[in-house]
Design a protein around this ligand. Structure first.
Ligand SMILES: N[C@@H](CCC(=O)N[C@@H](CS)C(=O)NCC(=O)O)C(=O)O
Length: 337
């Protein structure tokens, strides 16, 4: 079986004109996926009291491990800073990066990396003290702003404040924990980061009621996975797992019912998604039940969202842009056919 899958992967690579199926082979040979995540922030990737990573990014790592290795526990999480995350991928230290990373022109075209479909649409926001009388960004003229080094936020902040002719003093931090500590200690008038991250940050404030997140955001922050350029097979696998989780939500396939649907569903799309027809796994060099394994491990996209950042979490974020396309959001999977 293993030999057959390996030969199929090689054939796919040749057919696709890819340099190699190197990452898939490496992950399989190692028996483990090495997944780059953040050093820890609530909702995306944060170790719980037992040291188990929780969060949307962590679940995406598990979904890929389940799809590729048939076992969602076969993941090694590597905690990366904003600054060293892309180098870790370039050097081969990790197989894939799921680390609240914004896709931009520069990151997609100048550092040898490839950006795969967005799994969380975000925007850059500001947290302020409620008693500071700041309602909108325009009220932040002259403010001292805490910002993390190596993020998209440094440039967005400078661009926006310059365009609006607002002066500000950035206080730049390499580590997120020291940035939070500084903000909660009153060293900055505002703290800026992805709005989702701010929601998570306020849950760990010594006194969350003292702070608010402004409604206004100043940027588009499309967050998604990154892989190395030149390995189309691997890129297609990570992409397909993402689309599969969205398609599962659209077609009502859940963590709880996936196994039963795999044998009983009469819907042609569900049959292909769960590996009963179409041989889609084989075409990617995987087992045909790859999406069944991923969904059984983490649930569909909506379940992953609600558990980690939505109503089942402390962040309680609304689906908003991250809703399905047919419910007013932007999450839209290519059809499984
Ligand atoms: N989405 C932005 C920001 C990502 C980012 O690194 N955010 C910081 C806070 S602003 C963070 O999450 N840090 C968590 C950590 O360092 O573990 C980017 O890709 O540049």
């Amino acid at each position: 079986m293993r030999r057959f899958i390996t030969a199929a992967a090689a054939a796919v690579a040749l057919w696709a004109g890819a340099a190699s199926a190197a990452t898939l082979e490496t992950v399989r040979g190692r028996g483990q996926l090495i997944c780059g995540v953040s050093q820890g922030f609530s909702g995306f990737s944060l170790p719980d009291s037992r040291g188990e990573y929780r969060g949307l990014d962590a679940d995406y790592c598990r979904a890929v491990a389940a799809a590729v290795l048939g076992d969602a526990t076969k993941v090694r999480f590597v905690a990366l800073t904003a600054q060293n995350r892309f180098t870790a991928l370039q050097s081969g230290e990790i197989d894939v990066l799921f680390r609240n990373s914004t896709q931009t022109f520069q990151r997609g075209n100048t550092i040898g990396l490839r950006q795969l479909p967005v799994n969380f649409y975000d925007g850059q926001g500001f947290a302020v003290r409620r008693d500071a009388n700041v309602r909108r960004v325009a009220d932040l003229g002259g403010a001292t702003v805490c910002v993390a080094q190596g993020t998209t936020h440094e440039l967005n902040l400078a661009d926006t404040f310059r365009a609006r002719r607002l002066s500000f003093t950035p206080v730049v931090f390499e580590r997120i924990d020291t940035m939070y500590a500084a903000f909660f200690a009153g060293r900055c008038d505002a703290m800026t980061q992805d709005a989702s991250a701010l929601a998570g940050a306020l849950t760990v404030a010594p006194n969350p009621a003292l702070y608010a997140v402004l409604e206004e955001t100043i940027s588009k922050e499309p967050l998604g996975p990154f892989v190395r350029n030149g390995d189309d097979v691997w890129a297609n696998i990570v992409t397909t797992v993402h689309y599969g989780l969205i398609e599962a939500e659209e077609y009502g396939v859940t963590q709880a019912n996936a196994a039963q649907q795999a044998t009983a569903s009469t819907d042609a799309t569900v049959q292909r998604l769960l590996g009963r027809s179409g041989e889609f796994g084989t075409r990617l060099g995987l087992d045909n039940g790859f999406m069944l394994a991923a969904i059984r491990a983490v649930g569909n996209y909506g379940e992953v969202f609600e558990r980690n950042v939505g109503q089942g979490s402390t962040l309680r974020l609304a689906r908003g842009l991250n809703g399905l396309w047919n419910r007013g959001g932007l999450m839209y999977a290519i059809p499984f056919r």
